[in-house]
Design a protein around this ligand. Structure first.
Ligand code: IMP
Ligand code: MG
Length: 187
């Protein structure tokens, strides 16, 4: 049972598995404001394109973008790698491409979570082909033990352990994206 109605309980059950409170709504909102403040400062006088990676980043993206005070544009990629499982298929598919021109623009990719790093690596290669002026990545969550990429992630909300998490846009079998806090699988 998806127990969104029970928030902010310490536990929620999704697909009969138990998840415990990990990052409460208030902590997330505070961190999102901090990330936005740094980006506002770093990009002062520029007009970056914020590119969200659907589906998972939609809530983080909308909270972050409303705290951006500089001129900016937005666009979205849609990728798929997890299907309904808790482990990545290791096979990244592009389900929706960008509509904007990236050449000579400042690009900021907005991710919900970087796990293996396969998706962000795929995106970086795709964008690099179009010669952006600059390329940066902001991710709310970063599984530091798993990530295998050879570039630095510019803005990280929370480094987290290698456990499956849900809520605030992140799903388990497409459920639980609507939870306002982030919950971690309770083993
Ligand atoms: P990566 O390609 O392994 O870095 O994983 C990228 C995508 O997998 C993320 O953007 C998420 O959509 C999804 N993902 C990775 N870890 C989790 C998790 O713990 N919970 C839910 N989705 C996840
Ligand atoms: Mg994602």
């Amino acid at each position: 049972m998806n127990s969104a109605i029970n928030e902010p309980d310490q536990f929620v059950y999704v697909n009969n598995e138990r998840f415990r409170m990990f990052l409460p709504e208030g902590d997330i909102q505070k961190r999102v404001q901090e990330l936005a403040s740094v980006i506002n400062r770093d990009y002062a006088g520029r007009t970056p394109i914020f590119i969200g990676v659907l589906n998972g980043s939609f809530i983080f993206f909308s909270d972050l973008i409303r705290r951006i005070e500089i001129d900016c544009e937005i666009d979205f990629f849609k990728l798929s790698s997890y299907g309904d499982a808790k482990i990545s298929s290791g096979n990244v598919k592009l389900l929706k491409d960008l509509n904007c021109q990236v050449t000579d623009r400042d690009i900021i990719i907005v991710e919900d979570i970087i796990d293996s790093g396969l998706s962000i690596d795929f995106i970086k290669r795709l964008i690099a082909k179009q010669n952006p002026r600059s390329f940066a990545v902001v991710t709310l969550l970063y599984k530091s033990d798993c990530v295998k990429i050879d570039f630095k992630v510019d803005y990280i909300g929370f480094p987290i352990p290698n456990h499956f998490v849900i809520g605030y846009g992140l799903d388990y079998g497409q459920k639980a994206r609507n939870l306002r806090s982030i919950y971690i699988l309770d083993k």
